[in-house]
Design a protein around this ligand. Structure first.
Ligand SMILES: [Zn+2]
Ligand SMILES: [Zn+2]
Length: 241
């Protein structure tokens, strides 16, 4: 299934790293202008975030009230989503949170590993490329096994975004990546095609070869998202897919 008129990865002003003018209402208006008819709001929830900016959690009662208000007047389909960040020590917090609220779309992502922010590069220090990437994909597998309530895995090869080792070939990590993809497929979970990769590496997250492999192994659930943090990024590069 291909929905090029959808954007299922959007951060609003409730995410501390997003533009504080990026409200539900403004995104809905922009989607209408751009001909995007389905959107899912997927703000960040990272328990024990390894980045000071995310230390104040979103008040989800307030969030859902604002979402419902925007939905009432929305001329397009909007979904209540979330991007939940996995860390090995936050499994219970994550799962309790996902149980508590009526999310229609959940992106499971990894932003931090070994209590280090991938963004700072600290995680890679003292590791070979093989070690760094294998631990990352192994943790993806663990996240899938430990999280019953999610829809798609977010930016599956995000490890390459901040890696000092540059990009990688699927073939070099085929064994572990196939385990990740098989774990998703056997649980009826999907992958997202995240277009924010175009501005970093000239490709989507994950790469074409991983997307093709997911489909080859029998995977059928694919969502599309820009990972926008500003109104102007909504739907960006979706036409390139
Ligand atoms: Zn993310
Ligand atoms: Zn995101």
């Amino acid at each position: 299934m291909i929905y090029l008129n959808q954007d299922y990865h959007i951060h609003t002003n409730f995410s501390p790293d997003a533009d504080q003018n990026a409200t539900f209402e403004k995104y809905i208006a922009a989607a209408t202008t751009k001909g995007i008819t389905q959107i899912a709001f997927t703000d960040h929830v990272d328990f024990d975030a390894q980045h000071a900016l995310f230390n104040i959690p979103i008040d989800y009662d307030q969030y859902i009230a604002a979402f419902n208000k925007a939905k009432k007047d929305a001329p397009i389909d909007i979904k209540l989503g979330v991007e939940i960040g996995y860390q090995s020590h936050t499994v219970k917090l994550n799962n309790d949170f996902l149980e508590k609220y009526p999310f229609e779309f959940v992106i499971l992502s990894i932003h931090y590993l070994e209590k280090k922010d991938l963004y700072t590069g600290e995680y890679f220090q003292g590791k070979t490329k093989e070690e760094a990437y294998n631990i990352y994909f192994q943790t993806c597998l663990e996240a899938i096994e430990n999280t019953p309530n999610f829809t798609v895995f977010g930016h599956l090869d995000y490890i390459s975004r901040y890696s000092p080792f540059g990009d990688f070939e699927y073939q070099d990590y085929q064994e572990i990546i196939d385990k990740v993809l098989t774990a998703l497929i056997s649980r009826n979970k999907g992958i997202e095609i995240n277009t924010s990769g175009y501005k970093h590496e000239g490709r989507t997250y994950p790469s074409k070869s991983i997307i093709n492999r997911y489909k080859e192994l029998g995977g059928t659930i694919v969502s599309y998202g820009s990972d926008s943090h500003t109104i102007t990024e909504l739907g960006v590069e979706l036409q390139k897919i």
